[in-house]
Design a protein around this ligand. Structure first.
Ligand SMILES: NC(=O)C1=CN([C@@H]2O[C@H](COP(=O)(O)OP(=O)(O)OC[C@H]3O[C@@H](n4cnc5c(N)ncnc54)[C@H](O)[C@@H]3O)[C@@H](O)[C@H]2O)C=CC1
Ligand SMILES: O=C(O)C(=O)COP(=O)(O)O
Length: 525
């Protein structure tokens, strides 16, 4: 049974596909209501309210995936999740339109004083002169952060006859031109805009982006909007600018602390607020819940998740193409790790032939996970492999080559350890399977599966018989055996596939056979 804790309000209709699965059990409760059962959950679905801290994760040792039914993952300690090998996914575009429309609604409300006028009329006043506004047409809109939401806001602004100025360090000129906006530095946007709206994620770089220093660079009478994340505009820093009238009005959908409680900005009539409603529409909630539910099902079926925060993202098509190499690479990593059971500094992976044209980052992560698994006590998978390698001082790199050694594809792994280097090469042959075609200097051909026994010996007559006898005496059946040698009478290797694993005592017996130099057990699961 795969147990999912849904700890925030997520669309029931969107979750329906999960409910259909007999393998899945859904519990809809706040974290505080299931303190005693936290260790039982495999998945956690949240919006922005649940804070997924390291402490919470430490109480959920079975957790495999966190789904954020929305965009921002600043409420999730992604680094802590990654360390634990937990996949973090979000629903990146399900609420884009709703957030953009809400931003626009806030903009219109701000410059036409709609919330204040509404309260006034309902208080039985009729004070038309108190609420004279400004038009949006002809105004300069500054957008900071030009991703999905920022660009949808720009489209609407242009339809309203506004001129749009954008600051986003990652925005290309082509995309800006296509959307009819001009790219500027942050200072230029601050200086030329009548209205500024922020649409970046909350990161170390964007926290307090509109603080005292940058607010001072804005035009007198500027309007500010934050429908992204609390803290991108520094709430405390706004106070003197509102008091002096430098900032004409502020619209906030999000707060540094949510709920904000008795906030000092509420004292200003020209600060209008909503309780984090950007994504709160029927459509957005259905979209994000459906996206996350689909991803959870993919994850359960072992298919790739397409919107992971801490894994390279892969489409289904791409995944289908790389799957075979992904498995081969993992096995190669596992074998190399057991064979080179000494400290290693570097793994170098070379891709040649058809595999070189694929998404190799993912394949390398798989190889890395396979390599680290025999060495690391905690969970290691594609999510945390890179991080664990770094922690252990193991560097890795990818290269590409044309040398396929006669195969359609070839993955080579060279492991650099102290005073020793080891190379293994593998190929995936469609309709045949995975083959290791080179092992530590020897040309060979074996399937990297099951209970393998590697023997390096002097090439003498009778060696195979001696090994067979010892194994037979201990009731160990040999399924397959492949041999390779440098030259007649020189160094040779055997790679045996056994029906069951062998113990240390038997390994020792084999090592004692004359002319056998090395015996290693290699387990590939
Ligand atoms: N109020 C609400 O209910 C909602 C809020 N959001 C928030 O809106 C924000 C944006 O969402 P999307 O547009 O979907 O994300 P996105 O990832 O498509 O766009 C973010 C943009 O910010 C830019 N950016 C990053 N660092 C920057 C910096 N230092 N300066 C300037 N630009 C920077 C990125 O290049 C990117 O283009 C997120 O913080 C998200 O959490 C999203 C949905 C609903
Ligand atoms: O998707 C986002 O980033 C949002 O801010 C929406 O938050 P919510 O799911 O409404 O708590």
């Amino acid at each position: 049974m795969f147990r999912i804790l849904v700890s925030d309000a997520i669309s029931e209709e969107g979750l329906a596909p999960l409910r259909k699965s007999e393998q899945i059990e859904i519990v809809q409760k706040k974290v505080t209501e299931v303190e005693e059962q936290l260790h039982e959950f495999d998945a956690l679905l949240v919006r922005s309210a649940t804070k997924v801290t390291e402490e919470l994760l430490s109480k959920m040792p079975n957790l495999k995936i966190i789904g954020r039914a929305g965009v921002g993952v600043d409420n999730i300690d992604v680094e802590a999740a990654t360390k634990r090998g937990i996949v973090v996914i979000n629903a990146p575009n399900g609420n884009t339109i709703s957030a953009a429309e809400h931003t626009f609604a806030m903009m219109a409300a701000l410059v036409r004083h709609i919330p204040q006028a509404h309260v006034s009329v309902k208080s039985r006043e009729w004070n038309r002169s108190a609420f004279v506004g400004t038009e949006l047409q002809g105004k300069h809109l500054g957008i900071i952060g030009f991703g999905r939401i920022g660009s949808e806001v720009a489209k609407r602004a242009r339809a309203f006859g506004m001129t749009v100025h954008v600051y986003d360090p990652f925005l290309t000129k082509e995309r800006a031109e296509k959307l009819g906006v001009s790219i500027h530095t942050l200072d230029e946007v601050l200086a030329c805009s009548d209205i500024i709206t922020v649409h970046t994620p909350l990161t170390k770089e964007t926290k307090g982006l509109l603080g005292e220093k940058n607010l001072a660079k804005t035009k007198k009478g500027v309007y500010l909007i934050n429908c992204a994340r609390g803290g991108i505009i520094d709430e405390q820093a706004l106070i003197p600018f509102l008091q002096s009238g430098h900032v004409a009005g502020v619209a906030l959908d999000v707060f540094e602390q949510e709920p904000p409680g008795d906030h000092p900005l509420f004292a200003f009539d020209n600060v209008i607020v909503t309780p984090h409603l950007g994504a709160s529409t029927i459509e957005a909630q259905l979209n994000v819940a459906t996206q996350v539910a689909e991803e959870i099902l993919h994850f359960l079926e072992g298919k790739p998740v397409t919107s992971s925060i801490n894994l390279p993202t892969l489409s289904k098509d791409v995944y289908e193409k790389i799957q075979a190499f992904y498995n081969l690479a993992k096995k190669m990593g596992t074998i190399a790790s057991q064979y080179m059971n000494i400290p290693v500094q570097e793994l170098s992976v070379t891709y040649a032939g058809t595999v070189a044209d694929l998404e190799t980052t993912y394949i390398t992560r798989s190889l890395l996970a396979g390599f680290l698994r025999p060495r690391v006590a905690s969970t290691v998978n594609e999510v945390n492999a890179a991080m664990i390698a770094k922690e252990r001082g193991i560097t890795y790199g990818e290269k590409f080559s044309d040398e396929t050694y006669g195969y359609a594809n070839c993955i080579s792994l060279t492991v650099h350890g102290e005073n020793r280097t080891f190379t293994i090469k593998g190929s995936h042959i469609p309709n045949y399977g995975d083959r290791i075609v080179h092992f530590d200097g020897f040309t060979i051909d074996f399937a990297p599966d099951g209970h393998l026994l590697y023997i390096q010996h002097q090439d003498r007559p009778g060696m195979i018989g001696k090994v067979g006898n010892v194994l037979g005496e201990h009731q160990v059946n040999i399924a397959t055996m492949q041999v390779g040698r440098e030259q007649a009478g020189g160094k040779a290797i055997m790679m045996l596939s056994l029906d069951k694993p062998i113990d240390d005592a038997l390994l020792q017996k084999l090592a004692e056979i004359e002319d056998i130099e090395t015996v290693k057990r290699l387990e590939v699961s």
